[in-house]
Design a protein around this ligand. Structure first.
Ligand code: CMP
Length: 139
């Protein structure tokens, strides 16, 4: 089925001017960028977005990283988009990421791992609504 998923190009990637190269990976995989904006997250926005990780030891560092520079939030659309995007991103830890994936090619560390992608269709709907009004998504 055609799905939508929420993607974030993280500050380590925007800092290194890799937005276009990351987007090319998505488009080459057949994902369509149907919404996109570059934003500086506030601390409250980053904490809210990653609330499920609030109890993790890396939470504070993750929030600080996510507000260390601009991010690009996006909605990707395509057949099986949630899983397809996870394949294109590669494993969370770049040390474990497969050849050709975004994280293998671009990520600096398990934290500065260049991209975020929703982990399920259910969370995708929640995460898309966190950043986008329906009118901003143009399929
Ligand atoms: P993301 O897919 O955005 O989801 C949670 C983020 O926490 C993850 O990518 C990493 O950026 C960050 N993170 C930092 N340390 C860890 C860790 N040990 N395990 C998982 N995620 C981590």
């Amino acid at each position: 089925a055609v799905e939508r998923t929420l993607s974030i190009i993280k500050p380590d990637a925007t800092r290194r001017n890799l937005t276009g190269k990351v987007n090319a990976k998505f488009e080459d995989a057949g994902l369509r960028i149907v919404a996109q904006k570059r934003v500086q997250l506030t601390k409250a926005q980053a904490e809210g977005f990653y609330a499920v990780h609030a109890a993790r030891p890396f939470f504070g560092s993750l929030v600080d990283f996510m507000i260390s520079g601009p991010v690009v939030v996006q909605v990707l659309e395509g057949e099986g988009a949630v899983l397809k995007n996870r394949d294109v991103m590669g494993a969370t830890n770049p040390a474990n990421a497969a050849e050709g994936t975004i994280r293998k090619e671009f990520a600096e560390s398990i934290e500065a791992n260049s991209v975020h992608g929703s982990d399920s269709a259910e969370n995708a709907a929640i995460e898309i609504a966190y950043f986008f009004a329906q009118t901003e998504i143009v399929g």
